[in-house]
Design a protein around this ligand. Structure first.
Ligand SMILES: NC(=O)c1ccc[n+]([C@@H]2O[C@H](COP(=O)([O-])OP(=O)(O)OC[C@H]3O[C@@H](n4cnc5c(N)ncnc54)[C@H](OP(=O)(O)O)[C@@H]3O)[C@@H](O)[C@H]2O)c1
Length: 256
């Protein structure tokens, strides 16, 4: 019998490429995003790659009930991919509170909630894989994108902690920390003109490359995946540099 993968944010960017990888390996897919028409188009495309069932569930993960709703519809998944997320740039004091709270709900709360709901079934079966998409933003504070960076720091810390708790259970949890990746993310976060993105200071990976690294790492049960040499160097240098310097440099990167 086919295994099932539930993927949030499966209609674009990294989530879309992850869905293609699961489809290629014969997984049944449950694809989640808000735009129902786009979900249907992506589902038809995935169906052409695989004979396994493809199901779509339109849901807005900024709504607190969305994880319950998804769980009630699906009940069990062999792989859970918490990929949906978005960013917002600008000074914290003037950014829109509603958008920031929605970001915390999507990037953090719904990720925790879905993991909480699907994990017991995986533990009972002594098998399962969770992939949580964080970012290289998780490794330092991000002036001018404060909530986004903090949300990804949460995902990294949370995932590493429960990965350790789950050791030996047959269930693995992986966090994928991509650096800048060419997707719709930059436009939505309004960061197309920041030095980091415009000048490609840390390079710019394709969504396919980021997804492949995450998929491979998840299948191996690796806890942390930072794809690309530039991103790994960036993450390591942050660990060694004085924090004040890191804050200032990150601010420079986030400026236009
Ligand atoms: N691109 C980068 O540079 C980069 C770097 C590091 C980490 N990441 C992380 O990678 C993940 C995927 O990002 P991406 O770059 O692939 O972004 P993307 O191209 O903008 O795709 C985002 C996906 O998430 C869905 N989504 C957004 N808000 C949602 C909501 N409220 N409820 C349900 N689904 C929602 C979108 O579909 P709908 O709009 O139809 O809902 C879309 O399918 C995110 O967690 C992001 O933080 C990205």
């Amino acid at each position: 019998m086919s295994q099932t993968a539930l993927i949030t944010g499966a209609t674009a960017g990294i989530g879309y490429e992850l869905a293609r990888l699961f489809a290629g390996d014969g997984y049944e897919l449950v694809l989640v995003a808000r735009d129902a028409a786009r979900l249907e188009r992506v589902a038809a495309e995935m169906q052409s790659l695989s004979h396994a069932a493809v199901r779509v569930i339109p849901a807005d993960l900024s709504q607190p009930q969305a994880p319950w709703f998804l769980f009630e519809q699906v009940r069990a998944a062999d792989c859970l991919v918490n990929n949906a997320g978005f960013g917002l740039c600008g000074p914290f004091a003037s950014n829109d509170l509603r958008q920031e709270l929605d970001m915390i709900q999507v990037n953090v709360t719904s990720l925790v909630h879905l993991t909480k709901l699907f994990l017991p079934g995986m533990l009972e079966r002594r098998a399962g894989r969770v992939l949580n998409v964080a970012s290289t933003a998780a490794f330092q504070p991000g002036p001018l994108m404060a909530i986004y960076y903090a949300s990804k720091a949460f995902v990294l810390s949370f995932t590493e902690a429960i990965a350790e708790e789950l050791r030996g259970t047959g269930v693995t949890v992986t966090t994928l920390c991509p650096g800048p990746t060419a997707t719709e993310f930059q436009k939505r976060a309004r960061i197309e003109n920041t030095r980091l993105v415009r000048d490609k200071l840390l390079g710019m990976m394709s969504a396919r490359q980021a997804a492949e690294a995450g998929y491979r790492g998840m299948m191996r049960g690796q806890v942390l995946v930072v794809p690309g040499v530039m991103n790994r160097v960036g993450v390591e240098s942050v660990r060694l540099a004085p924090r004040a310097l890191v804050r200032r440099l990150t601010r420079k990167l986030q400026e236009t």
